[in-house]
Ligand binder design. Structure first.
Ligand SMILES: NC(=O)c1ccc[n+]([C@@H]2O[C@H](COP(=O)([O-])OP(=O)(O)OC[C@H]3O[C@@H](n4cnc5c(N)ncnc54)[C@H](O)[C@@H]3O)[C@@H](O)[C@H]2O)c1
Length: 463
């Protein structure tokens, strides 16, 4: 790219803002540069300011101090928590910034509509971080479906299989556990999937119904004698999959999940490390790839502490929310939900989200009049297989991204698209994307309403 780097401000220097998107600026200083940061957490603010060399007068605790005045940069990244999206994103557009806003757009439907309306009114681009659209995996899936190789699409079965330790981390102990404070789980986890399904199939649902409950993570399921915290002498620490020290110290489930799904050297290394961590630690000086595993300090450890060394993680488990027994938390989001949809073409689609998967992945099966597509998208690797009914023609595509590429490569490809769209002043095209994002959010709200009311809802009710 030959033009000047875009100047950016960051609102919310947490996991996503500071660790998923901002590293793009460090890798591509010719394309993007941060000139201001807003973050109430002083440690995070200082780490970010130091990494990106932000002047002291451009470091803020509150976004209003920055957004109440005319724009000092081209773009704003808004990466606060779900319930803190609409106000700063709207203020940023009104101040003159193009905005990259984390999903969900907002956790209330009226705020999602308002965000879209303000983008249309101010003609400021509003990109929603539906990162899956930017992955080689879902782009290939869309290309295959659009090519017609499957014939008429008859039925789709798409699953968001949330790993048991991710469910416990985010939706039982962590930030998205309580729908009254954040978002219903079908919005938090599956606004991506509603977006992808409509995009891949090039059509919207016209009817939907939904079922789902919180079955497992309830106090009545607590093992006899389980204390409030895992570290307080739990009688089932040797057998409970959710025993916090096993998840966060050594991260055994994370590495064994990777060993199940990755290929080549990462698979071997993750398997060895999950079975014999001492051996891999001893060999780590030989190989940078092994050190990536033994020195790992990324998500979810960075959620527990800004400096996730052993001492700080142990302290967080003794004193913070992530050491709590999963049966004694203040969680109320579902741990499984299914949404059944009838599409405009009368094709049927089921979207299943469940939080007890052995490993983290999405899987998709598309049945057409001429063939079948089967796909898996996961941290360890992704693939798509196609079979043609008449000829037994079979094709496999490896759609894996590098392990360190967030969301199967989606995080950085989204940044590329954002920067390119701003440079090209491609407002009309981006607004179409914002509208599609709004639709996917309205579908998620409709699915939650359908679940709570036990009703079949029609398109008119959520448009
Ligand atoms: N696109 C994706 O696939 C994806 C994946 C995970 C999370 N998310 C979404 O990203 C968002 C951020 O999640 P996260 O895990 O980074 O959360 P986080 O809590 O790590 O980061 C949010 C940051 O915002 C800061 N903050 C709070 N109030 C603020 C204010 N008034 N002004 C500025 N900053 C403020 C917090 O201190 C925190 O550092 C959430 O909405 C989440 O749902 C998206």
């Amino acid at each position: 790219m030959t033009s000047q780097p875009l100047q950016s401000i960051l609102i919310g220097a947490g996991q996503r803002g500071a660790q998923s998107y901002a590293p793009y600026a460090l890798e591509h200083p010719d394309q993007l540069r941060f000139v201001a940061v807003v973050e109430p957490n002083a440690v995070r603010r200082e780490i970010f300011a130091k990494q990106h060399q932000i002047a002291p007068e451009n470091q803020f605790e509150d976004w209003q101090l920055l957004l109440d005045r005319p724009a000092i940069a081209d773009v704003a990244l808004v990466c606060t928590q779900d319930w803190q999206h609409a106000a700063p994103a709207i203020a940023a557009m009104r101040a003159g910034y193009h905005v990259l806003l984390e999903k969900p757009m907002a956790n209330i439907a009226s705020e999602c509509r308002e965000l879209y309306a303000v983008s249309a009114e101010t003609r400021r681009q509003l990109h929603i971080c539906h990162v899956l659209r930017y992955t080689p995996h879902f782009q290939k899936m869309r290309e295959l479906v659009q090519s017609g190789v499957l014939g008429e699409i008859i039925d789709v079965d798409h699953r968001e299989n949330v790993a048991f330790y991710h469910m416990a981390h985010s939706y039982v102990r962590g930030n998205w556990r309580n729908k009254d404070e954040t978002s219903p789980m079908i919005l938090a986890k599956c606004c991506h999937d509603f977006d992808i399904l409509s995009w891949v199939l090039s059509q919207d649902p016209k009817k939907l119904a939904s079922f789902g409950e919180l079955n497992h993570f309830r106090s009545e399921n607590a093992p006899d004698g389980a204390p409030l915290r895992c570290t307080d002498g739990c009688p089932v620490e040797g057998t409970c999959p959710f025993y916090a020290p096993n998840i966060y110290l050594g991260m055994a489930p994370f590495w064994s999940g990777l060993a199940d799904t990755a290929r080549g050297f990462p698979r071997w290394a993750a398997k060895q490390y999950s079975e014999n961590p001492a051996l891999i630690r001893a060999l780590a000086f030989l190989s940078p790839s092994l050190r990536q595993i033994t020195n790992y300090q990324g998500w979810p450890l960075t959620v527990l502490s800004e400096v996730p060394n052993q001492e700080n993680i142990e302290d967080a488990l003794r004193n913070g929310p992530y050491g709590r027994c999963v049966y004694h938390c203040d969680n109320n989001v579902v741990d499984h939900q299914v949404v059944m949809m009838q599409m405009e073409s009368d094709a049927t689609v089921t979207l299943t989200m469940q939080g007890h998967s052995h490993f983290e992945h999405r899987s998709t099966r598309i049945e057409g009049s001429h063939g079948r597509l089967m796909a898996e998208f996961g941290n360890g690797g992704s693939r798509i297989m196609i079979d043609e009914h008449r000829t037994d023609w079979h094709m496999e595509y490896d759609t894996s991204a590098d392990l360190e590429d967030g969301h199967g490569g989606g995080d950085f490809h989204l940044m590329e698209f954002f920067i390119k769209s701003v440079h090209e002043d491609d407002f009309e095209n981006v607004l179409l994307g914002t509208k599609a994002a709004l639709q996917s959010h309205l579908l998620a709200f409709a699915a939650e309403d359908a679940r709570l009311q036990g009703k079949v809802l029609e398109q008119d009710s959520w448009q």
